[in-house]
Ligand binder design. Structure first.
Ligand code: GTP
Ligand code: MG
Length: 369
């Protein structure tokens, strides 16, 4: 699962990236940071896995992972109605979700590309950039489609016309500031647009990046933004990227001191842990588990994925040769005391290709080679 970090220049993207990944990527007060994207993998904490490990005592333990990509220095011109473009656009198109870092921290030493700190304005303007990128993409696609339709044979025409009609509808909705993720689309329509990598179709997590001076009002600020900006398939959180980055580095070196410092600052729960969890669950990702002597492992899928597709996360052979899955909810497995015991108690269900995998299912995939 890939999450792309976006935001205006100097909003704190790399700082938040470092905090999330315990990384050391260079942050910059002035000028342009590297155009090379930073990529880091984060393990998603999951107490269910800890409990399962006690039961099966595997040699290896692999929690779910989320990968964050800090797409690199944003040009100061970004946010002025030109949308995402070039390599940045194609990199973002490959992401499963977006994390938007909005600057709320005041710091005279760090110039704001628009001259003043105004998170409301920035939040809206980045949303506009997202919509703008999609509109431009749809426009290009419509032009090409019009050309193909002229030369199309009767058989191909129908599909082309359906696509044209869908794209015109998307364009209309986008013009009315409705992001694709909020539109009602049937499965066929989703399949058509799946290849377009539309940015406003992606789940969006907004992090209001507050300053140290605002820490005592963090919860209040978060509620305020959530009430005003939360929409379907989005989440809004507030946290201090800079403090979390420093605490993260400290935690890696001196855990006890970091905990003490956290308590002093009144930030008991890391806002970045909440970002990680929110990126995972609130954006529609769920886990299923595989257990065994060798390895207990969590696999990331999207809510609504069927068993055959889920099997493909483990290996393409399992998807292609899928026969059926033996399934037991993790708590049931734990209560029964093991796989054989679950089978004996009749808790193992046999599910087919189209079974909707549930969060916390433990699965054993049966397949033919
Ligand atoms: N005071 C304060 N400074 C912050 C905070 N978050 C980030 N900064 C500073 O803001 C500057 C820019 O942060 P970066 O993380 O490099 O921002 P960016 O969005 O990655 O910037 P570009 O990649 O150049 O677009 C750095 O000097 C950070 O230390 C914060 O919460 N408080
Ligand atoms: Mg940066």
């Amino acid at each position: 699962m890939d999450i792309g970090i976006i935001g205006l220049a100097k909003s704190g993207k790399t700082t938040v990236f470092n905090a999330l990944t315990r990384g050391h990527a260079e942050t910059t007060a002035f000028g342009r940071s590297g155009l090379e994207p930073n990529v880091g993998v984060v393990k998603v904490p999951d107490p269910r896995m800890d409990q399962l490990a006690v039961l099966t005592k595997p040699r290896k333990f692999t929690p779910a992972e989320v990968r964050y990509t800090d797409i690199g220095g944003t040009p100061p011109s970004f946010g002025k109605g030109e949308g995402f473009a070039g390599v940045m656009l194609s990199a973002l198109g490959r992401m499963d979700a977006l994390l938007h870092v909005v600057r709320a921290f005041e710091d005279l030493a760090i110039p704001h590309p628009h001259g003043s700190v105004d998170p409301d304005r920035d939040l809206a303007s980045v949303n506009l950039e997202i919509a703008f990128s999609d509109s431009a993409l749809i426009e290009r696609r419509l032009e090409r489609l019009a050309n193909t339709l002229k030369a199309a044979r009767a058989g191909e025409r129908d599909a082309g016309l359906r696509e044209q009609e869908l794209l015109q509808r998307l364009r209309h909705e986008l013009d009315n500031e409705v992001p694709v993720r909020e539109m009602t689309l049937d499965d066929d329509e989703r399949a058509i647009i799946a290849n377009y990598a539309l940015l406003s179709a992606k789940p969006l997590l907004t992090m209001v990046n507050i300053g140290e001076a605002q820490l005592d009002r963090a919860a209040e600020i978060e509620t305020d933004y959530a009430v005003r900006f939360r929409r379907p398939h989005t989440e809004v959180l507030a946290g201090c990227g800079k403090l979390e980055m420093e605490l993260g580095l400290m935690e890696a070196a001196e855990a006890a001191e970091a905990a003490e410092f956290r308590a002093e600052m009144g930030v008991l729960e890391s806002s970045l842990d909440r970002v990680i969890r929110a990126s995972y669950s609130l954006l529609g990702f769920i886990s299923f588990f595989t257990v065994g002597d060798d390895e207990n492992r969590a696999w990331t899928i999207t809510q609504g994925d069927v068993a055959q597709r889920a099997a493909g996360k483990i290996h393409t052979d399992l998807e292609k040769g899928f026969i059926r899955a033996e399934v037991v909810p993790w708590q049931r497995l734990l209560d029964a005391g093991g796989w054989a015991e679950s089978r004996k108690a009749g808790h193992l269900r046999s599910e087919g290709k189209t079974y909707l995998v549930q969060d916390g299912d433990v699965m054993n995939i049966l397949f033919s080679k």
